[in-house]
Design a protein around this ligand. Structure first.
Ligand SMILES: Nc1ncnc2c1ncn2[C@@H]1O[C@H](COP(=O)(O)OP(=O)(O)OP(=O)(O)O)[C@@H](O)[C@H]1O
Ligand SMILES: [Mg+2]
Length: 238
């Protein structure tokens, strides 16, 4: 079994829109090992979300090779790739994208709909994972009866209910206050300690201390330049 969870080799992505070409990624090469937790920082437009969507099997690169756990995901058929996403990946976004008329419990059960399990088993799995994120006593609430941080926990519970080995999060604390954001970061840290590989985009330098390492994007490329780190951490362009 491979030690590497995510392997990117010379990944490039060019978007074409209305006659314009945008080089969103220019030759990104990166390995992330199983069990790592990695934060991605970089100024707006540097390619962070593009990188995440390519790794998330949602957006094929223009060129380059990407493997997740040794699987060349863009060589899979559409159907197999959808299976792959369900089995391997949990997504968490800034907008929690919960269904407003379903309870926390029902929202978390959604990814289990297509699995061959009894309804009882699905209910138990969803409840267990809601307990794991600290919401065991609020499973019957609708999203608008929960605080922002609690809604984020429901979104995280939904992302991990299928027990994927990899979590991808795009600014998960972006809309939360500092204290709630810290609690969510502690939760990601705990999930990582329990074995999940975590890759997270964040604008908040304080969040990086919860993660094993930080990578920096600049103009579609990874940067190791200390000045770039200073620029991004202080939110100033160099
Ligand atoms: N679907 C698209 N079509 C055309 N251009 C796009 C598309 N998605 C992203 N881009 C462009 O690609 C570049 C990288 O965008 P991306 O969303 O990856 O940046 P980001 O680092 O996530 O930014 P932010 O911090 O603002 O979320 C930007 O110039 C953006 O305008
Ligand atoms: Mg983005």
């Amino acid at each position: 079994m491979s030690e590497i969870m995510i392997s990117l080799k010379d990944i490039r992505k060019t978007y074409k829109s209305m006659g314009d070409e945008v080089e969103a990624l220019k030759s990104v090469t990166l390995d992330i090992k199983k069990g790592e937790s990695v934060s991605v920082m970089g100024h707006s437009g540097s390619g962070k979300s593009t990188l995440l969507s390519i790794i998330g099997a949602l957006n094929p690169p223009t060129s380059g090779i990407i493997e997740i756990d040794g699987i060349d995901i863009y060589k899979l058929s559409q159907e197999k790739r959808a299976d792959f996403r369900r089995e391997y990946l949990g997504f968490v976004f800034q907008q929690f994208q919960l269904i407003p008329y379903l309870t926390a419990h029902e929202n978390v059960m959604l990814p289990l709909t297509t699995t061959k399990r009894s309804n009882k088993e699905k209910r138990e799995m969803a409840e267990e994972v809601l307990c794991r994120v600290g919401l065991g006593n609020k499973i019957k609430r609708l999203p608008n009866q929960l605080s922002g941080g609690e809604q984020e926990r429901v979104a995280i519970a939904r992302a991990i209910v299928n027990e994927p080995p990899l979590i991808l999060a795009d600014e998960p604390t972006g809309s939360l206050d500092t204290k709630t954001g810290d609690e969510i970061m502690e939760l990601f840290q705990k999930l990582n300690e329990e074995g999940l590989t975590v890759l997270m985009v964040t604008h908040n330098p304080d969040n990086t201390s919860y993660m094993g390492r930080t990578i920096l994007m600049k103009d579609g490329q990874l940067s190791l330049d200390e000045e770039d780190f200073v620029s991004v951490y202080s939110n100033k362009k160099v």
